[in-house]
Design a protein around this ligand. Structure first.
Ligand code: NAD
Length: 507
């Protein structure tokens, strides 16, 4: 993923759904217990009505997935490959995805076009390829009469819960490996990005046997909480925030349900004095402005060597000042609105607090001037660059999940490594240098699931995604993910022709 170039098209109209979005169980869509409105963050206007699942519907979805599991677990490897490939094709065959995604969560349409759709389809194709690579082991025993081998088996019903920032990609990262290993899924999208996931279920319904993929829409602390507490769920696969993860871990404890957690980050971006500054500035901008900064991998902590600190920050400031903020549906927009009014309030409060704590807000944090009248109800915020040389502000420590970057300075390699690692998070980190030895040393020393060198957001299929510390555990987008969704069974047998009798008269 990287910031794409803007397509030449004109402003798009908001996506218009066919009707309300229902819950999707057993291959059929049905109304829920109640509904809620989805708001277009660019305007604040409602654009879709989404069903809220009842407690009985949560039970029914899990039961349906459980029934489908009996058949799907026995599907041939070829059947699984064909389903995953058909899902990829179904995603790509729909031209309206970028418009839907931009309407839904405010992601600029230029990114939704170039990143989300090909990436999501690519995830399904990647796992279609891996389906046939699954294998067990033969265990050496040293006993000529013993044969021991292992097979991998699916777990059952996977409860997959995903956030709102990249719903199509997050759904693909859960569904593809879970299906590849023979599980069935009940997928719970965020209340801020449910329509795209229901659309995914609708548009891939022809490719997937009924009941293998089910979607429950609703509010997290209700629908989500009921799902993760369900005794028939074999594993929880969660991507989201740490506070929610703790709720889920407590609910999972009741049935000892295993859980995979992909959580937040506060990623360190370390610029050395010998870095290619042009490239580093561009990557730092991508790192904090892509997806409006609402991305787990946001490069939100900059550590810039003292020798280049002033120049680096001035280049960032000058470029951020020129960023085009506007309607996510405008292909010229580089930064769109934040996902909700409450989230904008939260992000803005971090900038104000940083100022109150003595940091220097070089620019941003306010409402953009000269927005068109029709956008005044939208959730816009100017991207902020905060200079906080020693990193004492709250904004330098906590995940903000918005376009706010805090810059610190450094002079000593050991010191910057210690400061970069002094975070409760460990999702990603990066280093910009032209010194190969330093690149390797820092890659070794930085505590993160991913370390980028002279790049950011480079995530080809096969590269493990995941964190250490409070960024979670488990790895997605790689072959090892298949191990997260399967268990090992040992088959231990005796093959000797004559066996000593241990019991009875001659034993
Ligand atoms: P969130 O934790 O609020 O919600 C995530 C999901 O959990 C949603 O579907 C929500 O409805 C559900 N949920 C909320 N409360 C629940 C409860 N009590 N029980 C069960 N389910 C519940 O997160 P968010 O605001 O949607 O997303 C932002 C967070 O996600 C950030 O911290 C971000 O870093 C993280 N994230 C991580 C990755 C990754 O791969 N590591 C990717 C994207 C986002």
């Amino acid at each position: 993923m990287s910031i794409p170039t803007a397509p030449a098209d004109a402003l798009q109209a908001p996506y218009v759904p066919d009707g309300p979005y229902g819950i999707f169980v057993g291959g059929e869509e049905q109304p829920g217990d109640g509904t809620f409105d989805a708001l277009n963050p660019s305007t604040g206007q409602p654009w879709a009505v989404v069903a809220e699942a009842s407690s009985a519907q949560v039970d029914a979805a899990v039961a349906t997935a459980r029934t489908a599991f009996r058949t799907w677990r026995r599907s041939t490897l070829e059947e699984r490959q064909l389903v995953l490939l058909a899902m990829a094709d179904a995603i790509e065959s729909v031209p309206d995805w970028p418009r839907l995604l931009a309407t839904e969560n405010g992601r600029p349409i230029r990114e939704a076009s170039a990143a989300d759709v090909p990436f999501a389809a690519g995830v399904f194709r990647y796992y279609a390829g891996l389906v046939r690579g699954q294998h067990g082991d033969t265990i050496a025993t040293g006993d000529p009469g013993a044969r021991v081998f292992t097979v991998r088996e699916p777990l059952g019903v996977i409860a997959a819960l995903i956030p709102w920032n990249s719903p199509l990609i997050s759904a693909a990262l859960k569904l593809a490996p879970a299906l590849a290993t023979g599980n069935t899924v009940v997928l719970k999208p965020s209340e801020f990005a449910a329509p795209s996931v229901v659309e995914l279920a609708r548009r891939t319904a022809g490719a997937v046997p009924p009941g293998v993929v089910n979607v429950l829409t609703g509010v997290g602390p209700q629908t989500g909480a009921l799902l993760v507490a369900h005794p028939e769920v074999a594993k929880i696969s969660f991507t989201g925030g740490g506070v929610t993860a703790r709720h889920i871990a407590r609910a999972a404890a009741a049935h000892l349900t295993p859980a995979l957690f992909e959580l937040g980050g506060k990623s360190a971006f370390v610029v050395c004095a010998d870095a290619d500054l042009d490239a580093a500035v561009q990557d730092a901008l991508s790192g904090i402005l892509s997806q409006n900064g609402e991305v787990c991998f946001a490069a939100s902590r900059l550590f810039v060597h003292e020798a280049v600190h002033a120049e680096f920050l001035e280049r960032m400031r000058a470029t951020i000042a020129e960023v085009r903020i506007g309607d996510a549906l405008d292909p010229a927009t580089q930064v769109g609105p934040l996902v909700s009014a409450a989230h904008r309030h939260r992000v803005r409060a971090y900038v104000e607090q940083a100022r109150a704590e003595g940091a220097n807000v070089l620019l941003g944090g306010g409402s953009p001037a000269d927005l068109a009248d029709r956008l005044t109800g939208g959730y816009y915020l100017e991207p902020a660059l905060v200079d906080d040389p020693t990193g004492r502000s709250t904004a330098a420590r906590e995940e903000i999940f918005g376009p706010v970057v805090v810059a610190q300075t450094w002079t000593d390699e050991a010191d910057v490594i210690a400061r970069a690692n002094a975070s409760e998070y460990g999702l990603a980190a990066g280093v910009w240098t032209s010194d190969l030895g330093r690149a390797h040393r820092m890659a070794d020393a930085l505590e993160a699931g991913t370390v980028w060198v002279n790049t950011w957001f480079q995530v080809p299929a096969g590269q493990p995604l995941g964190g250490v510390k409070q960024s979670g555990h488990g790895r997605e987008l790689c072959a090892e993910t298949l191990l997260e969704y399967s268990t090992q069974k040992a088959v231990s047998m005796r093959i000797d022709a004559d066996r000593p009798r241990l019991w009875g008269r001659d034993g």
